[in-house]
Design a protein around this ligand. Structure first.
Ligand SMILES: [Fe+2]
Ligand SMILES: [Fe+2]
Length: 282
């Protein structure tokens, strides 16, 4: 047993929510302000979550009995609960999307399924956990960007945007759980650095592979206008990839911890917004 404690900020508590979203009408269209590229980019990331988040839950669960700290135990429970709801909501999103737009869910998911089966077969539990830690860093910095730069969802359908914001909030809340478990079970800096390298490669590669399939099905794959607007979105304005780079690199530091960047202000602001326009219809 290890006693390495949770390093969450004092008083930081979180639990799974169970929101409801009306997605049907929006997912049939280019819900991100009419942009085929931005819509496909977000939709492609959604496709990664049901299988990916199961892998995250499993890799943390493997070490659950090795964690003694009661706060970290509570956080593991909340992490697993949040990721389970994310999986369910994104599964529904993905099935609806494929039904409405004629995308082939099997063709989209199969390479991810195969890679996860390979990881479960070939990698040690600690390497799998390192992969989860790295992916949680990617989701946390993307979430931070989206919540901080609301123009990243400008003109997006309100319901679909609500789903992404809710997911971003919960990724922020539990961003250090896998990291703290990894530290508690003796994970090393070089293991997580290596994991970040591979995780980033596959995250970006899968997102573009899937977005490409979607754009091809939509007949927009060769639209210069769409690709220029995509490059603009990712690198210029709001410049997602460009502007998350410093946060991305901080993970490589030996003394890195996710809560060195205390962004609980984003959670507080979102919670205030929910008081006037909740994600669950009243
Ligand atoms: Fe998630
Ligand atoms: Fe997560």
């Amino acid at each position: 047993m290890t006693t390495s404690p949770s390093r969450s900020p004092d008083g930081h508590r979180f639990l799974p929510r169970h929101p409801a979203f009306e997605l049907e009408d929006a997912l049939a269209s280019d819900w991100h302000g009419g942009s085929a590229f931005r819509t496909a980019w977000f939709n492609a990331m959604s496709m990664l979550f049901p299988l990916g988040e199961k892998f995250f839950i499993d890799s943390v669960r493997h070490y659950r009995q090795s964690v003694e700290d009661p706060q970290l135990q509570r956080e593991i429970t909340a992490f697993q609960g949040q990721e389970a709801v994310h999986r369910k909501e994104h599964q529904r999103y993905n099935e609806l999307l494929c039904e409405l737009r004629g995308y082939d869910l099997e063709a989209i998911e199969n390479p991810i399924r195969e890679r996860i089966a390979w990881a479960n077969r070939e990698l040690s539990p600690r390497r799998r956990l390192a992969g989860t830690v790295a992916n949680e860093h990617l989701t946390a910095i993307l979430a931070d960007f989206m919540l901080r730069h609301r123009d990243s969802l400008q003109d997006a359908d309100a319901q679909v945007a609500s789903l992404w914001l809710w997911h971003g909030i919960e990724e922020t809340e539990h961003k250090a759980v896998a990291f703290d478990v990894f530290q508690a079970v003796g994970g090393t800096t070089s293991e997580r650095r290596e994991a970040l390298f591979y995780s980033t490669w596959y995250f970006v590669k899968d997102t573009f592979r899937i977005a490409r399939l979607m754009l091809r099905k939509d007949g927009k794959l060769w639209s210069i206008r769409e690709w220029l607007s995509g490059i603009n979105y990712l690198f210029v304005r709001p410049g997602v990839y460009r502007r998350i780079l410093p946060a991305f690199l901080r993970f490589l530091r030996r003394d890195f911890h996710p809560w060195q960047h205390d962004n609980r202000d984003l959670i507080a602001a979102w919670t205030d917004e929910q008081a006037t326009s909740p994600v669950r219809p009243a």
